[in-house]
Design a protein around this ligand. Structure first.
Ligand code: NAP
Length: 483
Protein backbone atom coordinates (compact mmCIF):
# COMPACT_ATOMS: atom_id res chain seq x y z
CA UNK A 1 0.00 0.00 0.00
CA UNK A 2 1.38 3.42 -0.94
CA UNK A 3 1.61 5.77 2.03
CA UNK A 4 -1.20 8.28 1.88
CA UNK A 5 0.44 10.96 4.03
CA UNK A 6 -0.12 14.28 2.35
CA UNK A 7 2.06 17.08 3.72
CA UNK A 8 0.18 20.01 5.16
CA UNK A 9 1.06 23.46 3.93
CA UNK A 10 3.92 25.33 5.62
CA UNK A 11 2.84 26.85 8.91
CA UNK A 12 3.90 28.86 11.92
CA UNK A 13 2.76 27.27 15.17
CA UNK A 14 3.35 29.18 18.38
CA UNK A 15 3.02 27.06 21.52
CA UNK A 16 2.32 29.18 24.58
CA UNK A 17 3.32 27.05 27.55
CA UNK A 18 6.01 25.55 25.30
CA UNK A 19 8.03 24.53 28.36
CA UNK A 20 5.07 22.91 30.15
CA UNK A 21 4.10 19.30 30.69
CA UNK A 22 1.55 18.99 27.89
CA UNK A 23 3.86 20.55 25.28
CA UNK A 24 6.79 18.37 26.28
CA UNK A 25 4.83 15.17 26.78
CA UNK A 26 2.42 15.24 23.85
CA UNK A 27 2.53 18.19 21.48
CA UNK A 28 6.24 18.40 20.59
CA UNK A 29 6.93 14.62 20.34
CA UNK A 30 3.72 14.40 18.27
CA UNK A 31 4.92 17.08 15.88
CA UNK A 32 8.21 15.24 15.48
CA UNK A 33 6.34 12.06 14.55
CA UNK A 34 4.42 13.99 11.89
CA UNK A 35 7.72 15.40 10.66
CA UNK A 36 9.17 11.89 10.34
CA UNK A 37 6.01 10.75 8.54
CA UNK A 38 6.52 13.54 5.98
CA UNK A 39 3.38 15.41 7.00
CA UNK A 40 5.00 18.40 8.68
CA UNK A 41 6.92 20.25 5.96
CA UNK A 42 10.53 21.28 6.51
CA UNK A 43 9.73 24.97 6.06
CA UNK A 44 7.14 24.90 8.85
CA UNK A 45 8.18 26.39 12.17
CA UNK A 46 7.23 25.76 15.76
CA UNK A 47 7.94 28.59 18.18
CA UNK A 48 7.89 27.77 21.89
CA UNK A 49 6.96 30.52 24.29
CA UNK A 50 6.73 30.84 28.09
CA UNK A 51 8.21 33.08 30.77
CA UNK A 52 11.30 30.91 31.25
CA UNK A 53 14.33 32.53 29.64
CA UNK A 54 15.68 30.19 27.00
CA UNK A 55 17.46 30.80 23.73
CA UNK A 56 16.73 28.89 20.55
CA UNK A 57 19.34 26.23 21.33
CA UNK A 58 18.14 25.83 24.90
CA UNK A 59 14.60 25.16 23.63
CA UNK A 60 15.86 22.73 20.99
CA UNK A 61 17.75 20.80 23.66
CA UNK A 62 14.66 20.74 25.88
CA UNK A 63 12.59 19.37 22.99
CA UNK A 64 15.21 16.74 22.10
CA UNK A 65 15.21 15.63 25.75
CA UNK A 66 11.40 15.53 25.83
CA UNK A 67 11.24 13.44 22.66
CA UNK A 68 13.60 10.98 24.32
CA UNK A 69 11.72 10.98 27.61
CA UNK A 70 8.16 10.83 26.29
CA UNK A 71 8.50 9.59 22.70
CA UNK A 72 10.84 6.73 23.51
CA UNK A 73 14.38 5.89 22.42
CA UNK A 74 13.31 4.71 18.99
CA UNK A 75 11.69 8.03 18.15
CA UNK A 76 14.62 9.97 19.58
CA UNK A 77 17.05 8.02 17.40
CA UNK A 78 15.28 8.90 14.14
CA UNK A 79 17.70 10.41 11.62
CA UNK A 80 15.28 13.33 11.05
CA UNK A 81 15.77 14.75 14.56
CA UNK A 82 18.42 17.41 13.69
CA UNK A 83 16.31 18.62 10.76
CA UNK A 84 13.21 18.81 12.97
CA UNK A 85 15.09 20.76 15.64
CA UNK A 86 16.07 23.26 12.94
CA UNK A 87 12.35 24.06 12.63
CA UNK A 88 12.14 25.15 16.27
CA UNK A 89 12.54 28.58 17.78
CA UNK A 90 11.75 30.18 21.10
CA UNK A 91 10.72 33.60 22.40
CA UNK A 92 10.17 34.25 26.10
CA UNK A 93 6.86 36.05 26.68
CA UNK A 94 4.80 36.87 29.71
CA UNK A 95 1.09 36.34 29.08
CA UNK A 96 0.34 39.09 31.58
CA UNK A 97 3.09 41.54 30.65
CA UNK A 98 4.79 43.14 27.66
CA UNK A 99 7.89 41.01 27.63
CA UNK A 100 8.66 39.34 24.32
CA UNK A 101 5.52 40.18 22.36
CA UNK A 102 7.12 42.62 19.91
CA UNK A 103 9.92 40.14 19.26
CA UNK A 104 7.43 37.34 18.69
CA UNK A 105 5.42 39.49 16.32
CA UNK A 106 8.52 40.29 14.29
CA UNK A 107 9.43 36.61 14.08
CA UNK A 108 6.12 35.09 12.92
CA UNK A 109 5.77 34.87 9.13
CA UNK A 110 2.23 36.17 8.82
CA UNK A 111 1.80 35.09 5.21
CA UNK A 112 1.77 31.42 6.31
CA UNK A 113 -0.96 29.52 8.15
CA UNK A 114 -0.69 30.79 11.71
CA UNK A 115 -1.81 28.76 14.69
CA UNK A 116 -1.43 29.55 18.39
CA UNK A 117 -1.61 26.68 20.87
CA UNK A 118 -2.72 27.85 24.34
CA UNK A 119 -1.01 25.11 26.35
CA UNK A 120 -1.40 27.15 29.54
CA UNK A 121 -3.90 27.50 32.37
CA UNK A 122 -7.32 28.74 31.13
CA UNK A 123 -6.94 31.82 33.35
CA UNK A 124 -4.33 33.01 30.80
CA UNK A 125 -6.47 32.49 27.68
CA UNK A 126 -7.91 36.01 27.74
CA UNK A 127 -4.52 37.68 28.30
CA UNK A 128 -2.90 35.79 25.45
CA UNK A 129 -5.84 36.30 23.06
CA UNK A 130 -5.82 40.04 23.73
CA UNK A 131 -2.05 40.36 23.22
CA UNK A 132 -2.13 38.35 20.01
CA UNK A 133 -4.44 40.99 18.57
CA UNK A 134 -2.73 43.99 20.18
CA UNK A 135 0.65 42.99 18.79
CA UNK A 136 -0.75 42.27 15.36
CA UNK A 137 0.19 38.63 15.59
CA UNK A 138 -3.19 37.19 14.69
CA UNK A 139 -5.73 38.13 12.04
CA UNK A 140 -9.03 36.65 10.86
CA UNK A 141 -7.27 33.66 9.31
CA UNK A 142 -5.30 32.67 12.43
CA UNK A 143 -6.31 29.67 14.53
CA UNK A 144 -6.13 29.21 18.25
CA UNK A 145 -6.06 25.87 20.05
CA UNK A 146 -7.34 25.58 23.60
CA UNK A 147 -7.28 22.69 26.04
CA UNK A 148 -9.55 21.30 28.68
CA UNK A 149 -10.68 22.19 31.27
CA UNK A 150 -13.04 24.45 29.36
CA UNK A 151 -14.75 25.93 32.38
CA UNK A 152 -15.81 24.21 35.61
CA UNK A 153 -19.50 24.96 35.15
CA UNK A 154 -21.80 26.66 32.68
CA UNK A 155 -21.11 30.17 33.95
CA UNK A 156 -17.32 29.86 33.69
CA UNK A 157 -17.53 28.16 30.27
CA UNK A 158 -19.75 30.98 29.00
CA UNK A 159 -17.28 33.49 30.35
CA UNK A 160 -14.37 31.72 28.66
CA UNK A 161 -16.26 31.53 25.37
CA UNK A 162 -17.12 35.23 25.63
CA UNK A 163 -13.48 36.12 26.37
CA UNK A 164 -12.25 34.26 23.30
CA UNK A 165 -15.10 35.59 21.16
CA UNK A 166 -13.93 39.16 21.82
CA UNK A 167 -10.85 38.45 19.72
CA UNK A 168 -11.60 35.39 17.57
CA UNK A 169 -14.49 34.03 15.55
CA UNK A 170 -15.83 30.57 16.36
CA UNK A 171 -14.36 29.20 13.12
CA UNK A 172 -10.89 30.16 14.42
CA UNK A 173 -11.22 28.39 17.78
CA UNK A 174 -10.14 24.73 18.11
CA UNK A 175 -11.20 23.26 21.48
CA UNK A 176 -9.28 20.02 21.89
CA UNK A 177 -10.78 16.88 23.32
CA UNK A 178 -8.05 14.41 22.47
CA UNK A 179 -10.49 11.48 22.65
CA UNK A 180 -11.92 12.73 19.38
CA UNK A 181 -8.50 12.43 17.76
CA UNK A 182 -8.30 8.71 18.41
CA UNK A 183 -8.30 6.56 15.30
CA UNK A 184 -11.01 4.25 16.62
CA UNK A 185 -13.33 7.09 17.50
CA UNK A 186 -13.23 8.26 13.92
CA UNK A 187 -13.52 4.70 12.78
CA UNK A 188 -16.74 4.51 14.72
CA UNK A 189 -18.16 7.14 12.38
CA UNK A 190 -16.84 5.25 9.34
CA UNK A 191 -18.38 2.05 10.69
CA UNK A 192 -21.75 3.64 11.38
CA UNK A 193 -22.08 5.85 8.33
CA UNK A 194 -19.95 3.99 5.77
CA UNK A 195 -21.64 0.58 6.03
CA UNK A 196 -25.17 -0.38 5.27
CA UNK A 197 -25.62 -3.02 7.96
CA UNK A 198 -25.26 -1.08 11.19
CA UNK A 199 -27.57 1.87 10.75
CA UNK A 200 -30.82 -0.16 10.52
CA UNK A 201 -29.94 -1.86 13.82
CA UNK A 202 -28.72 1.29 15.54
CA UNK A 203 -31.71 2.03 17.72
CA UNK A 204 -33.74 0.90 20.70
CA UNK A 205 -35.39 -1.89 18.76
CA UNK A 206 -32.14 -3.83 18.46
CA UNK A 207 -29.79 -2.28 21.00
CA UNK A 208 -30.30 -3.19 24.64
CA UNK A 209 -27.90 -0.72 26.19
CA UNK A 210 -24.59 1.06 25.79
CA UNK A 211 -21.67 0.97 28.24
CA UNK A 212 -18.84 3.46 28.21
CA UNK A 213 -15.90 2.75 30.51
CA UNK A 214 -12.78 4.85 30.92
CA UNK A 215 -10.72 3.15 33.61
CA UNK A 216 -7.37 4.41 34.81
CA UNK A 217 -4.94 2.65 37.14
CA UNK A 218 -3.12 5.85 38.10
CA UNK A 219 -3.89 7.73 41.30
CA UNK A 220 -4.36 11.49 41.42
CA UNK A 221 -0.84 11.65 42.88
CA UNK A 222 0.76 15.06 42.97
CA UNK A 223 -2.24 16.55 41.13
CA UNK A 224 -4.40 15.70 44.16
CA UNK A 225 -5.06 19.22 45.40
CA UNK A 226 -5.90 20.39 41.87
CA UNK A 227 -8.05 17.33 41.10
CA UNK A 228 -9.99 17.77 44.33
CA UNK A 229 -11.55 20.93 42.87
CA UNK A 230 -12.91 19.02 39.87
CA UNK A 231 -13.50 15.28 40.36
CA UNK A 232 -14.35 12.58 37.83
CA UNK A 233 -17.59 14.21 36.64
CA UNK A 234 -15.93 17.47 35.61
CA UNK A 235 -12.58 15.95 34.64
CA UNK A 236 -13.85 13.07 32.48
CA UNK A 237 -17.63 12.76 32.06
CA UNK A 238 -18.48 16.32 31.00
CA UNK A 239 -15.95 16.15 28.16
CA UNK A 240 -14.43 12.81 27.14
CA UNK A 241 -17.29 10.42 27.98
CA UNK A 242 -19.83 12.93 26.70
CA UNK A 243 -18.05 13.15 23.35
CA UNK A 244 -17.96 9.36 23.02
CA UNK A 245 -21.64 9.17 23.87
CA UNK A 246 -22.39 11.76 21.19
CA UNK A 247 -20.61 9.83 18.46
CA UNK A 248 -22.49 6.66 19.36
CA UNK A 249 -25.85 8.36 19.61
CA UNK A 250 -25.87 11.11 16.97
CA UNK A 251 -28.01 11.01 13.86
CA UNK A 252 -26.17 10.67 10.54
CA UNK A 253 -25.01 14.17 9.56
CA UNK A 254 -25.89 15.26 6.03
CA UNK A 255 -22.18 15.59 5.27
CA UNK A 256 -18.94 14.77 7.01
CA UNK A 257 -18.33 18.47 7.54
CA UNK A 258 -17.47 20.30 10.78
CA UNK A 259 -20.76 22.03 11.51
CA UNK A 260 -22.91 19.19 10.17
CA UNK A 261 -21.23 16.76 12.60
CA UNK A 262 -21.24 19.18 15.50
CA UNK A 263 -24.89 20.11 15.00
CA UNK A 264 -25.81 16.44 15.40
CA UNK A 265 -23.65 16.03 18.51
CA UNK A 266 -25.24 19.12 20.03
CA UNK A 267 -28.73 17.65 19.51
CA UNK A 268 -27.69 14.55 21.46
CA UNK A 269 -26.39 16.57 24.40
CA UNK A 270 -29.56 18.64 24.47
CA UNK A 271 -31.66 15.46 24.49
CA UNK A 272 -29.88 13.98 27.52
CA UNK A 273 -32.26 13.46 30.40
CA UNK A 274 -31.45 14.72 33.89
CA UNK A 275 -29.87 11.97 35.99
CA UNK A 276 -31.69 10.91 39.15
CA UNK A 277 -29.79 10.48 42.45
CA UNK A 278 -30.31 6.69 42.49
CA UNK A 279 -28.71 6.48 39.04
CA UNK A 280 -25.37 7.85 40.24
CA UNK A 281 -22.62 6.12 42.24
CA UNK A 282 -19.62 8.14 43.31
CA UNK A 283 -16.51 6.68 44.89
CA UNK A 284 -13.14 7.50 46.42
CA UNK A 285 -10.24 5.02 46.47
CA UNK A 286 -8.95 3.93 49.83
CA UNK A 287 -5.39 3.58 51.07
CA UNK A 288 -3.82 0.18 50.43
CA UNK A 289 -0.44 -1.50 50.92
CA UNK A 290 1.20 1.69 52.11
CA UNK A 291 -0.20 3.66 49.14
CA UNK A 292 -2.17 6.73 50.20
CA UNK A 293 -5.91 6.92 49.70
CA UNK A 294 -7.68 9.63 47.72
CA UNK A 295 -8.26 11.96 50.67
CA UNK A 296 -4.62 11.86 51.68
CA UNK A 297 -3.47 12.62 48.14
CA UNK A 298 -6.00 15.40 47.87
CA UNK A 299 -4.71 16.68 51.22
CA UNK A 300 -8.33 17.04 52.25
CA UNK A 301 -9.48 14.61 54.97
CA UNK A 302 -13.10 15.72 54.51
CA UNK A 303 -13.10 15.74 50.72
CA UNK A 304 -16.41 14.82 49.07
CA UNK A 305 -14.89 14.84 45.57
CA UNK A 306 -15.26 11.64 43.56
CA UNK A 307 -12.31 9.80 42.02
CA UNK A 308 -14.84 7.38 40.50
CA UNK A 309 -18.29 7.80 39.04
CA UNK A 310 -20.78 5.41 37.49
CA UNK A 311 -24.12 6.59 36.17
CA UNK A 312 -27.04 5.75 34.00
CA UNK A 313 -28.53 8.24 31.61
CA UNK A 314 -31.09 8.31 28.81
CA UNK A 315 -31.46 10.23 25.58
CA UNK A 316 -34.97 11.46 24.94
CA UNK A 317 -35.46 10.97 21.24
CA UNK A 318 -37.05 8.48 18.85
CA UNK A 319 -33.88 6.49 18.27
CA UNK A 320 -32.84 6.00 21.87
CA UNK A 321 -36.05 5.98 23.89
CA UNK A 322 -35.76 3.24 26.52
CA UNK A 323 -32.06 2.51 25.89
CA UNK A 324 -29.90 3.19 28.96
CA UNK A 325 -26.41 4.57 28.56
CA UNK A 326 -24.17 3.44 31.44
CA UNK A 327 -21.03 5.51 31.99
CA UNK A 328 -18.20 4.85 34.41
CA UNK A 329 -14.76 6.25 34.92
CA UNK A 330 -12.27 6.32 37.76
CA UNK A 331 -8.73 6.38 39.06
CA UNK A 332 -6.80 3.52 40.72
CA UNK A 333 -8.96 0.93 39.03
CA UNK A 334 -8.07 -2.67 38.21
CA UNK A 335 -6.99 -1.94 34.67
CA UNK A 336 -6.21 0.89 32.31
CA UNK A 337 -8.76 0.46 29.57
CA UNK A 338 -11.32 2.50 27.70
CA UNK A 339 -14.14 0.82 25.89
CA UNK A 340 -17.49 1.62 24.37
CA UNK A 341 -19.72 -1.44 24.21
CA UNK A 342 -22.90 -1.54 22.17
CA UNK A 343 -24.82 -4.48 23.62
CA UNK A 344 -27.51 -5.76 21.29
CA UNK A 345 -30.75 -7.34 22.42
CA UNK A 346 -31.15 -11.06 22.89
CA UNK A 347 -32.69 -13.00 20.03
CA UNK A 348 -36.47 -13.00 20.23
CA UNK A 349 -36.40 -16.79 20.07
CA UNK A 350 -33.60 -19.33 20.02
CA UNK A 351 -33.97 -22.36 17.79
CA UNK A 352 -31.00 -24.08 19.43
CA UNK A 353 -32.16 -26.19 22.34
CA UNK A 354 -30.04 -25.95 25.52
CA UNK A 355 -27.73 -23.71 23.59
CA UNK A 356 -28.75 -20.11 23.97
CA UNK A 357 -26.61 -17.84 21.72
CA UNK A 358 -24.88 -14.95 23.47
CA UNK A 359 -25.82 -11.43 22.64
CA UNK A 360 -23.97 -9.60 19.91
CA UNK A 361 -21.70 -6.92 21.32
CA UNK A 362 -19.89 -4.31 19.28
CA UNK A 363 -16.91 -3.26 21.32
CA UNK A 364 -14.82 -0.22 20.50
CA UNK A 365 -11.54 -0.17 22.43
CA UNK A 366 -9.79 3.15 22.75
CA UNK A 367 -6.89 2.24 25.01
CA UNK A 368 -4.44 0.77 25.63
CA UNK A 369 -4.87 -0.73 22.16
CA UNK A 370 -7.26 0.75 19.66
CA UNK A 371 -9.53 -1.68 17.89
CA UNK A 372 -13.09 -2.72 17.14
CA UNK A 373 -14.54 -6.19 17.63
CA UNK A 374 -17.99 -7.64 17.11
CA UNK A 375 -18.94 -10.65 19.21
CA UNK A 376 -20.75 -13.10 16.97
CA UNK A 377 -22.22 -16.52 17.58
CA UNK A 378 -21.01 -19.32 15.33
CA UNK A 379 -20.95 -23.09 15.43
CA UNK A 380 -17.97 -24.59 17.14
CA UNK A 381 -15.99 -26.39 14.43
CA UNK A 382 -15.92 -30.20 14.52
CA UNK A 383 -18.30 -33.09 14.55
CA UNK A 384 -19.66 -32.59 18.08
CA UNK A 385 -23.11 -31.48 17.02
CA UNK A 386 -24.54 -27.97 17.00
CA UNK A 387 -22.50 -26.40 19.77
CA UNK A 388 -22.49 -22.62 19.68
CA UNK A 389 -19.52 -20.42 20.56
CA UNK A 390 -19.13 -16.71 20.81
CA UNK A 391 -16.17 -15.38 18.83
CA UNK A 392 -14.98 -11.86 18.23
CA UNK A 393 -14.97 -10.64 14.66
CA UNK A 394 -11.88 -8.47 14.76
CA UNK A 395 -12.03 -5.23 12.83
CA UNK A 396 -8.70 -3.90 14.05
CA UNK A 397 -7.50 -1.85 11.11
CA UNK A 398 -3.75 -2.31 11.60
CA UNK A 399 -4.16 -6.04 11.01
CA UNK A 400 -6.74 -5.74 8.29
CA UNK A 401 -4.78 -3.17 6.33
CA UNK A 402 -1.54 -5.13 6.53
CA UNK A 403 2.05 -4.19 7.34
CA UNK A 404 2.12 -1.22 4.96
CA UNK A 405 -0.71 0.59 6.71
CA UNK A 406 0.35 3.93 8.04
CA UNK A 407 1.29 3.85 11.71
CA UNK A 408 -1.70 5.00 13.75
CA UNK A 409 -0.90 8.58 14.77
CA UNK A 410 -1.42 9.68 18.33
CA UNK A 411 -4.59 11.70 18.89
CA UNK A 412 -2.69 14.95 19.47
CA UNK A 413 -0.69 14.60 16.25
CA UNK A 414 -3.80 14.13 14.20
CA UNK A 415 -5.61 17.01 15.82
CA UNK A 416 -2.71 19.44 15.37
CA UNK A 417 -2.55 18.54 11.68
CA UNK A 418 -6.31 19.17 11.48
CA UNK A 419 -5.75 22.63 12.96
CA UNK A 420 -3.22 23.39 10.22
CA UNK A 421 -5.61 22.02 7.58
CA UNK A 422 -8.37 24.18 9.03
CA UNK A 423 -10.67 21.24 9.74
CA UNK A 424 -12.78 21.69 12.89
CA UNK A 425 -14.78 18.45 12.64
CA UNK A 426 -13.02 16.81 15.58
CA UNK A 427 -13.05 19.88 17.83
CA UNK A 428 -15.78 20.96 20.22
CA UNK A 429 -17.84 23.98 19.33
CA UNK A 430 -18.59 26.56 22.02
CA UNK A 431 -22.31 25.71 22.15
CA UNK A 432 -21.52 21.99 22.59
CA UNK A 433 -19.36 22.74 25.62
CA UNK A 434 -22.05 24.94 27.11
CA UNK A 435 -24.75 22.34 26.49
CA UNK A 436 -22.59 19.71 28.20
CA UNK A 437 -22.29 21.95 31.27
CA UNK A 438 -26.02 22.65 31.19
CA UNK A 439 -26.58 18.92 31.68
CA UNK A 440 -23.70 18.47 34.15
CA UNK A 441 -24.32 21.39 36.52
CA UNK A 442 -27.62 20.21 38.06
CA UNK A 443 -26.16 16.74 38.65
CA UNK A 444 -23.26 18.19 40.63
CA UNK A 445 -25.51 20.71 42.37
CA UNK A 446 -27.80 17.82 43.32
CA UNK A 447 -25.19 15.77 45.14
CA UNK A 448 -23.66 18.86 46.69
CA UNK A 449 -27.05 19.84 48.14
CA UNK A 450 -27.60 16.28 49.42
CA UNK A 451 -24.15 16.27 51.06
CA UNK A 452 -23.56 13.03 49.22
CA UNK A 453 -20.45 11.24 50.50
CA UNK A 454 -18.58 9.16 47.91
CA UNK A 455 -18.38 5.44 48.67
CA UNK A 456 -14.91 4.09 49.44
CA UNK A 457 -13.51 1.53 47.00
CA UNK A 458 -10.51 -0.70 47.05
CA UNK A 459 -7.66 0.36 44.78
CA UNK A 460 -7.26 -2.19 42.01
CA UNK A 461 -11.00 -2.87 41.89
CA UNK A 462 -13.57 -1.62 39.40
CA UNK A 463 -15.07 0.89 41.82
CA UNK A 464 -17.51 0.62 44.74
CA UNK A 465 -19.87 -2.36 44.92
CA UNK A 466 -22.78 0.02 44.43
CA UNK A 467 -21.58 0.58 40.87
CA UNK A 468 -22.20 -3.11 40.19
CA UNK A 469 -25.54 -2.92 41.94
CA UNK A 470 -26.51 -0.04 39.62
CA UNK A 471 -26.32 -2.49 36.72
CA UNK A 472 -27.60 -5.56 38.47
CA UNK A 473 -30.77 -3.73 39.46
CA UNK A 474 -31.46 -3.55 35.72
CA UNK A 475 -30.53 -7.22 35.27
CA UNK A 476 -27.34 -6.27 33.48
CA UNK A 477 -23.61 -6.41 34.23
CA UNK A 478 -20.62 -4.28 33.48
CA UNK A 479 -18.39 -5.87 30.92
CA UNK A 480 -14.97 -7.01 31.93
CA UNK A 481 -12.70 -4.53 30.19
CA UNK A 482 -9.18 -5.67 29.43
CA UNK A 483 -6.07 -3.52 29.64
P1 NAP B 1 2.22 23.20 33.13
O1 NAP B 1 3.18 22.05 33.04
O2 NAP B 1 2.01 23.85 34.44
O3 NAP B 1 2.72 24.29 32.08
C1 NAP B 1 2.22 25.59 32.05
C2 NAP B 1 3.00 26.40 31.03
O4 NAP B 1 2.52 27.74 31.07
C3 NAP B 1 4.48 26.46 31.30
O5 NAP B 1 5.18 26.37 30.08
C4 NAP B 1 4.67 27.82 31.94
O6 NAP B 1 5.97 28.25 31.69
C5 NAP B 1 3.63 28.63 31.16
N1 NAP B 1 3.19 29.83 31.87
C6 NAP B 1 2.68 29.92 33.13
N2 NAP B 1 2.40 31.20 33.44
C7 NAP B 1 2.72 31.94 32.34
C8 NAP B 1 2.64 33.32 32.03
N3 NAP B 1 2.20 34.25 32.91
N4 NAP B 1 3.04 33.73 30.80
C9 NAP B 1 3.50 32.83 29.90
N5 NAP B 1 3.59 31.52 30.14
C10 NAP B 1 3.21 31.07 31.34
O7 NAP B 1 0.79 22.80 32.60
P2 NAP B 1 0.40 21.67 31.52
O8 NAP B 1 0.22 20.39 32.24
O9 NAP B 1 1.36 21.71 30.39
O10 NAP B 1 -1.04 22.14 31.08
C11 NAP B 1 -1.28 23.21 30.19
C12 NAP B 1 -2.78 23.28 29.88
O11 NAP B 1 -3.18 22.06 29.25
C13 NAP B 1 -3.65 23.40 31.14
O12 NAP B 1 -4.79 24.14 30.81
C14 NAP B 1 -4.04 21.95 31.43
O13 NAP B 1 -5.23 21.85 32.14
C15 NAP B 1 -4.20 21.43 30.02
N6 NAP B 1 -4.02 19.97 29.88
C16 NAP B 1 -2.86 19.37 30.23
C17 NAP B 1 -2.70 18.00 30.07
C18 NAP B 1 -1.41 17.30 30.40
O14 NAP B 1 -1.27 16.12 30.09
N7 NAP B 1 -0.45 17.95 31.00
C19 NAP B 1 -3.77 17.24 29.56
C20 NAP B 1 -4.96 17.88 29.21
C21 NAP B 1 -5.07 19.25 29.38
P3 NAP B 1 6.73 29.38 32.56
O15 NAP B 1 6.55 29.04 34.00
O16 NAP B 1 8.13 29.30 32.06
O17 NAP B 1 6.09 30.66 32.18
Amino acid sequence: MVSRVIPVEPFELVIFGGTGDLARRKVLPGLFRRFCAGQMPKDARVIGSARTELDRNGFRKMVADSIKEFGGKELASQAELPEFLECLDYVATDARGDKGWAELSAMVRKELVNAFYFSVAPSLFGDIAERLKRHDLADDTSRIVVEKPFGRDLASAEELNATLAKHFKEKQIYRIDHYLGKETVQNLMALRFGNVMFEPLWNGKYIDHIQITVAETVAVGSRGAYYDKSGAMRDMVQNHLMQLLCLIAMEPPAQFAPDAVRDEKLKVIRALQPVQPHEIVRGQYEAKDGQPGYREEAENPRSFTESFIAMKTHISNFRWAGVPFYLRTGKRMATRASEIAVVFKALPHSIFEDNEPDRNVLSIQLQPNEGITMDMTIKEPGPGGMRLVNVPLDMTFAEALGPDAEEVPDAYERLIMDVIRGNQTLFMRGDEVEAAWTWTDPIIEGWTARNDVPKPYEPGSMGPLDAHALMRRDDRNWREVKG
